[in-house]
Design a protein around this ligand. Structure first.
Ligand code: FES
Length: 153
């Protein structure tokens, strides 16, 4: 909780900066634990219901633990046509999780998203901040191994 207090203090307990506080909390914990929102409410007087509204409105916020690396598999039309469902199946098999879940080691979360805006590269995925185009099913285990080994820079 000390870290949360530092974050709130960094933004001078200013209710106009609750989104920034929540972004910092998300970065710190990879999700926004309930007790951190209660602390933000206590320190800024912004109602808890408003913070929950913000947390659920913005896709970048999560109220449950996320993996160190978020995997987004594009399931938009162009990617679908080029085999995205098979790529998604491969991730669920390799990671033994479904969409919206996080692996038990906390390393990966899996999401399906609608169009990442680069359809000419279909099928497209992102892992963390990296984007991969023309992904094949055979690439999935290799990509995961790379991240598990920390060779993803
Ligand atoms: S449909 Fe996948 S990037 Fe556009």
């Amino acid at each position: 909780m000390e870290k949360v207090e530092q974050i709130i203090k960094k933004w001078n307990n200013d209710p106009d900066f609750v989104i920034e506080m929540m972004q910092d909390i998300q970065d710190e914990f990879r999700y926004i634990p309930r007790e951190t929102l209660e602390e933000v409410t206590l320190q800024t007087k912004v109602p808890l219901a408003r913070l929950y509204h913000i947390a659920t409105f913005y896709k970048s916020f999560s109220l449950y633990p996320r993996g160190k690396y978020e995997i987004q598999v594009c399931i938009g039309t162009a990617c679908h046509v080029k085999g995205a469902p098979l790529i998604l199946d491969s991730f669920t098999r390799e990671l033994e999780i479904q969409i919206g879940e996080t692996t038990s080691d906390g390393l990966f979360s899996l999401e399906g998203v609608r169009c990442l805006g680069c359809c000419s590269l279909a099928p497209v995925i992102t892992i963390g901040d990296n984007l991969y185009g023309g992904v094949k099913v055979a690439d999935v285990p290799k990509l995961l191994a790379k991240y598990k080994e920390g060779n993803n820079e």
